[in-house]
Design a binder for this molecule. Structure first.
Ligand code: LU0
Ligand code: ZN
Length: 540
């Protein structure tokens, strides 16, 4: 890994002055060393100017909190930082290999195979397309999930959830695949997934930087690689895709002009094909009004701007700031992350979110996933994939549900009224047959229109209806059951009906098969109840 050359003298002086004023420290000037970092160092950095100065100096920043910053450094850099007055909170040796159980992660080929498999399995609900190619020629695949995946439905808003911008942040690829599975595998079985797929246009792009992620797992395994694989021509490689977008590119020490730096911004805005593809794709889909960029790590939900500390600069509307804060806060409430403005970590310029919001007005946010601390940092064992991706299920569903009208998050949306729903039949306390399809009907109303009704038996979803009458057939086992219906509207507001308790008995209406060739109009009554288990093999 290449470390940056020392900053030009005038800039170091400026930084020194800033730190002297803000934190009383000398400027963090890293050595221009060729040796790879071997230490993970957590420094006390309780003010954002100090964190920005550290990031701007080209150190490999692994994470930051409001109190500290964790950097991968060489032993020489560590001594230098200490002599500059930085208080070292923790030093660990950098692990040099993936944990042995890393096989559960998807490399590029496996990711593509997974997407193609989903596309084949759910051909009516998905459309798979490449939005362009990486520098080394790998396709950047995006899976569209919606009920009419080969057309743009007028008025249907879209969301883009994308991952893998930074090569070593492999958990984000898993999160993107998880979202696709969550929506598709539950479609038709569960109300919210069905409603979101029908009412939204959802794009999932699991790996924006496949060259980088492949390099990360093949060169040194893991190589701690962050950037893409641009040959910078001076013996250094890679541009940081999250510093290469064209909004305030290069401003405010939020990136590095040094090609060896981990935050190298590239020779000009949008110099990188991965970013050109992402920009062009989003511009070509004006229905996209929310983007979620998945990163690791820190357990944060970040909103613009990154380029300035100011939370309400002239290029941000006050209403939008309120929406960002509400969206990020609601997501964080669902996954236990912390919501904050991106620059509260450190200044970043040329980031995706700033351009998406600053140029297109998109509610662009970043989720920094598990973990909170450097251990396990970028390389959690694959046992973390299931719990940590599931953890974000409701937060990401919330983001999808808000995409039609993000002002709903602040209570200012066009439709703020949830539907009403009641079960009409069967009635409360009714005796109903068991083991045979039972018609359930509902009365629904909504200011805009109900779109989906989910039926629950004993709190478990058992049927979903999107037909105009929203009726369904359910099959009960013998005994007492509690039925409920949950209605959804296109804003994804949802209401659970009052419960209806029924007593499911033995089926009596089915004729007993007879050997007689003459059909009987009267079913032969069965003398003894047919045990429930006799029916079970017939039920799927
Ligand atoms: O690009 C980054 O530095 C991000 C944070 C920004 C989205 C504000 N952190 S990361 O590189 O550690 N994922
Ligand atoms: Zn990242």
């Amino acid at each position: 890994m290449n470390l940056p050359k020392p900053r030009p003298r005038h800039s170091a002086l400026l930084l020194g002055l800033t730190l002297f004023l803000v934190g009383g420290l000398l400027p963090p000037t890293p050595l221009a060393a060729d040796t790879p970092p071997r230490l993970l160092v957590t420094l006390r950095a309780p003010n954002v100017a100090a964190r920005t100065a550290l990031a701007a100096s080209g150190y490999d920043v692994w994470s930051a909190s409001l109190e500290s910053m964790t950097l991968a450094v060489t032993p020489t850099d560590l001594r230098r930082l200490q002599s500059q007055g930085y208080q070292v909170e923790q030093v660990e040796s950098l692990p040099r290999a993936f944990p042995p159980n890393y096989a559960g992660y998807h490399d590029y080929a496996e990711t593509v195979a997974e997407l193609k498999g989903l596309n084949a399995q759910y051909c009516d609900l998905t459309h798979l397309q490449s939005i362009g190619k990486s520098l080394e020629g790998r396709d950047l695949w995006a899976l569209r999930i919606t009920d009419h995946p080969d057309q743009d439905e007028p008025g249907e808003k879209a969301i883009l959830i994308y991952a893998g911008t930074h090569a070593r942040e492999h958990l984000t690829v898993e999160q993107a695949l998880y979202v696709a599975h969550d929506l598709l595998d539950n479609y038709g079985h569960e109300g919210e997934a069905t409603n979101l797929v029908n009412q939204r246009d959802i794009w999932i792009l699991p790996n924006l930087n496949p060259d980088g992620s492949e390099y990360d797992i093949t060169a040194g395994f893991p190589a701690y690689w962050r950037k893409n694989r641009r040959n910078n021509g001076n013996g250094t490689w890679g541009v940081d895709l999250n510093r290469n977008f064209g909004y305030k590119w290069g401003d405010n020490n939020g990136s590095s002009g040094l090609p060896g730096s981990d935050t190298y911004r590239g020779p000009q805005p949008f110099s990188e094909p991965e970013n050109q593809a992402l920009r062009d794709f989003v511009m070509a889909h004006p229905a996209i009004d929310v983007t979620i960029s998945l990163h690791t790590y820190g357990e944060l939900v970040l909103y613009p701007y990154g380029y300035t500390y100011d939370d309400l600069p002239p290029d941000m509307k006050a209403a939008d700031l309120a929406i960002f804060q509400a969206l990020a806060g609601a997501m964080a409430a669902r996954n236990g992350y912390t919501a904050q403005q991106a620059s509260a970590l450190y200044i970043t310029s040329g980031g995706h979110d700033d351009w998406f919001y600053g140029m297109l007005g998109i509610y662009a946010m970043t989720m920094e996933m598990y973990s909170k601390s450097p251990n396990p940092g970028f390389y959690p064992p694959d046992t973390a994939i299931a719990p940590q991706t599931k953890r974000n299920r409701t937060a990401l569903r919330y983001a999808i549900s808000m995409a039609d009208d993000p002002a709903k998050s602040t209570g200012q949306g066009q439709d703020m009224t949830p539907p009403a729903v009641a079960i009409l039949s069967p009635g409360d306390g009714a005796d109903v047959p068991a083991a045979t399809p039972l018609a359930v009907t509902v009365a629904v109303s909504d200011t805009v229109g109900v779109t989906t009704v989910e039926y629950l038996v004993d709190d478990q979803p058992v049927a979903v209806s999107t037909t105009p009458d929203f009726a369904a057939e359910i099959t009960l086992t013998t005994g007492q059951h509690v039925l409920r219906a949950r209605a959804f509207d296109s804003a994804n507001w949802q209401t659970l009906s009052d419960p209806v308790t029924v007593q499911a008995g033995v089926q009596t209406a089915t004729p007993t098969p007879t050997a007689s060739p003459t059909p009987s109009l009267t079913p032969t009554p069965t003398a003894t109840p047919i045990p429930q288990r006799l029916y079970l093999p017939l039920l799927r």
